[in-house]
Design a protein around this ligand. Structure first.
Ligand code: NAD
Length: 442
């Protein structure tokens, strides 16, 4: 099939590359000419494992092209996939301006019978809105087919998730349209769930809000564990091995971030409110998450009394491991809180430093390695659970610090390493702290 993908962000680019990999002829279109320039040279503008290799392979084999011209990119296409951003508006609702502009701009280039698929996360009713915009801006007397095909990939494992999805949701108002999209995905051999357009739109929000709620739930259990002397890892294992609950999204920590959960929970809450439903469960999910992001700073204040002039080494800046994405990363709030307390922050992240500089500027210093970040540090905050941090020799790290204290916001260190602790203090989330009795004094 000939497919055009609009938007070469995390979703659009991963989708385009994977559709080419399964044999389609794909053109990815983006209005950002700098990105298109990089992509045409075989360079991925984002960090995502395996993405660049597949991009180069499929471009070389002639199945993947990049352009910023709608005229060239939409010519003769069977399916157009909209994967542009739908960020949060000031009032918390989904900002549909990119998707609406996209609809208006592609309209004059559409041919009769083309299928327009919305992959971006959009509130219920958006497909109908986009169809109206297209119909009022297209030149000829054409018919188009609309469909909703929400995306569930996770940044950091986007390629694997796209090639091996748990399920594919196809929302369409006719069997013919749904079958066409199913045909596009056939080589993936993934379970397909066909629904109405409105249900498909809502499935995405319902899924993300549920996962975010699961995170806030385990985080509150973690806070309770700290009060009663229980271990949240044991609780999560005990709960999660019940098939009805499942082990995923039961890792306690300093809360969720990223470009999806925060905005999608807010948008769903607002949608419910608009329709007279008080979805107060989601309000609590958000409140708990906001508080949880403050946890390490609160613990450090309790431990030190004041954080003024303390040197804090942040391990990790991106919102999760294996991505350079800083959108809504908990590190942003932590840095702001530490700055307000008068602390000096030095951060190390394996790949997100470049993007972090754009958000945090010179509020903090940036180190090239964990060892550089901890020189003379009073405490380490582990903010992102990169594998690199899980495999550090923690006693060596502690020995090099002015004050050997670690606040682990992601419970990165396992039991066996903790037993090896020869100096210092280790404060995880929802688990007993480990304090070596002969530590240096601060
Ligand atoms: N990032 C994720 O993990 C993820 C997962 C599932 C769903 N989603 C949803 O997918 C959508 C895209 O998310 P993302 O993270 O890939 O966004 P992104 O911000 O990384 O990328 C969006 C891209 O769209 C481009 N764009 C904007 N207007 C355009 C236009 N008129 N024509 C062509 N290109 C245009 C931008 O230049 C940008 O490159 C959002 O609705 C998001 O909620 C994201």
């Amino acid at each position: 099939m000939k497919i055009s993908v609009l938007g070469t962000g995390y979703v659009g680019l991963s989708t385009g590359v994977c559709l080419a990999e399964i044999g389609h002829f794909v053109t990815c279109i983006d209005i950002n000419q700098h990105k298109i320039g990089q992509l045409c040279q075989g360079k991925s503008p984002i960090y995502e494992p395996f993405l660049e290799n597949l991009l180069l392979k499929n471009a070389d084999e002639g199945r993947l092209k990049f352009t910023s011209s709608y005229l060239n990119g939409l010519e003769g296409t069977d399916i157009i996939i909209l994967a542009v951003g739908t960020p949060q508006s000031e009032d918390g609702s989904a900002d549909l301006s990119y998707i609406m502009k996209c609809a208006k701009d592609i309209a004059p280039h559409l041919t009769d019978g083309v299928t327009v698929v919305i992959k971006s996360t959009v509130p219920v009713g958006t497909n109908e809105l986009v169809e109206k915009i297209i119909m009022s801006h297209c030149n000829n007397d054409i018919t188009i087919n609309m469909a909703s095909n929400p995306e569930f990939l996770r940044q950091g494992s986007a390629i694997n998730d796209t090639l091996h999805p748990d399920r594919i949701i196809i929302g369409a108002n006719s069997k013919k349209v749904a079958d066409k999209i199913e045909e596009m995905y056939l080589p993936l051999k993934a379970p397909i769930i066909k629904t109405s357009i409105r249900s498909a739109e809502l499935i995405k929000y319902a899924s993300n809000a549920f996962l975010a709620t699961k995170i806030s739930y385990i985080n509150q259990i973690a806070n309770l564990c700290e009060m009663v002397g229980a271990d949240v890892n044991d609780i999560a294992l005990g709960m999660g091995t019940d098939k009805r609950i499942g082990l995923s999204f039961l890792q306690a920590g300093i809360g969720y971030g990223g470009s999806c959960f925060p905005k999608d929970v807010k948008a769903l809450h607002l949608t419910a409110e608009k329709h007279g439903i008080q979805f107060s469960l989601l309000k609590e999910t958000m409140r708990i998450n906001d508080e949880q992001q403050e946890l390490l700073v609160k613990k450090a204040k309790k431990r030190f009394g004041s954080l003024k002039s303390k040197k804090i080494a942040l391990f990790g800046l991106s919102f999760k491991p294996n991505t350079d994405d800083m959108r809504e990363a908990p590190s942003i709030k932590i840095v702001r809180l530490l700055s307000n307390e008068g602390a000096n922050v030095v951060a190390y992240d394996p790949v997100a430093t470049h993007n972090a500089r754009e958000v945090l500027g010179n509020m903090i210093s940036y180190a090239n390695s964990p060892e550089e970040a901890i020189l003379d540090a009073d405490a380490v905050f582990i903010v992102t659970d990169w594998d690199e941090f899980k495999h550090l020799n923690i006693t060596n790290i502690l020995k090099k610090m002015r004050c050997p204290i670690i606040f682990d916001g992601r419970n990165c260190l396992d039991e066996s390493m903790l037993h090896l602790l020869e100096i210092g203090e280790y404060y995880p989330v929802g688990r007993p702290s480990v304090i070596f009795s002969n530590q240096k004094s601060d």
